[in-house]
Design a protein around this ligand. Sequence first.
Ligand code: SF4
Ligand code: SF4
Length: 456
Amino acid sequence: MASLYQAQKKIYPRSVSGLFSRWRWAMVLLTQLVFYGLPWLEWGQRQAVLFDLGLKRFYIFGLVLYPQDFIYLTGILVISALALFLFTAVAGRQWCGYACPQTVYTEIFLWLEKLTEGDRSARLRLDASPMSLNKLARKTGKQVLWLAVSLWTGFTFVGYFTPIKELGLSFVNLGMGPWETFWVCFYGFATYGNAGFMREQVCKYMCPYARFQSAMFDKDTLIVTYDAARGEPRGSRSRKADPKALNLGSCVDCTLCVQVCPTGIDIRKGLQYECISCAACIDVCDTVMDKMSYPRGLIRYSTQNAVAQGWGHAKVLRRVFRPRVLVYTAILGAVTIGLFLSLALRTPFKVDVIRDRASLARIVGGGKIENVYRLQVMNATESPQSYRITAYGLPGLVLASEGRVDVDAAQSRWVAVTLQLPYEAASPGSHAINFEIEAIDSSARVTEKSVFLIPR
Ligand code: SF4
Ligand code: SF4
């Protein structure tokens, strides 16, 4: 019977050291320092970075954003996408190899695996051996460490959406709410599954970036390349042997580049979509070249054009400034400047006006028509503010309620506002009016449209 499904062979990546490995670990440390550390930072009396979904307020250091500021989130997403286009066109999948959470957590999990089960050959032996106390202890130790990291990651993730100190206290007192528990477990489980078990399969089959990156690549994009002209014909030989006399290239066919590859590919077969540009194969091949006293760089970061035409660094660098890169840079620069300008110039408070549906319009004493509104005033600054409310748009329109509202720092407040108009001042129907809300110190002003109803 022919099976339509081919089971994945488990990959046992060998650990590697070298220049790019150090860069990868530097990125692991940097990204994780930011991810795990940021929610514990304080800004004044509150958490510096907090996306408080309950209160519908986002705090990013001195910035207080409301749902009405959603446009900035859109701007950040557009900038991220453009940056990805630009960096991919220039440097290929560097994001995948050094900073993508999938790579970063897989690196951490592989390190814990090596700590408990040993390097590649020891792991291969352990998996092939029958169950024993030693095997059980090593396997259990690994799972416990993986679970601890996963749960801590889930906890930290939730700490961006609910104050992390309170979350920590409720965790210690076993009093976490059902939603918080669900999301800690959900995100923790995703980390555990993706970094512990699925690993390269996420990059190969689940990540959309791997699929559409080819549209952003060209022959001048930096990729990890094997110099076939120099390496072939490959073959083993002694260190002292002269490869020319043996009619061999520089590749000693040690397969170490395949053994260190986290996605299990052989870079000597050429550029493949599974390659995440992690450069582990460069590091290991350089050590082989050193041992053989051959020049380094049989596998190296280069471009297809550079390898095919033997270009030097200077020419490769010049090709970075090609039209598509310049266009991406110009658009990215314009959108980034636009976002920062609009953030710098934005009004430090927002107002929503809602008509009171319980009493659309009524006649009150003195022959006046009265309309009632509810105003939500949102203070987006870090200090308490007072605002003056006025309305205009119809002759004789007056404010019949409190004309001043005080709002605490980074808080919002609902106030009922009553407007009155002499009965004969306008014809029956709906009339456009404006509310003007101004900071008491006249530093900012917001105008909101509404309508005044006059019954027949
Ligand atoms: S590590 Fe280098 S020398 Fe060894 S097989 Fe790979 S390309 Fe050849
Ligand atoms: S081929 Fe090299 S750079 Fe690509 S994923 Fe494998 S080890 Fe990393």
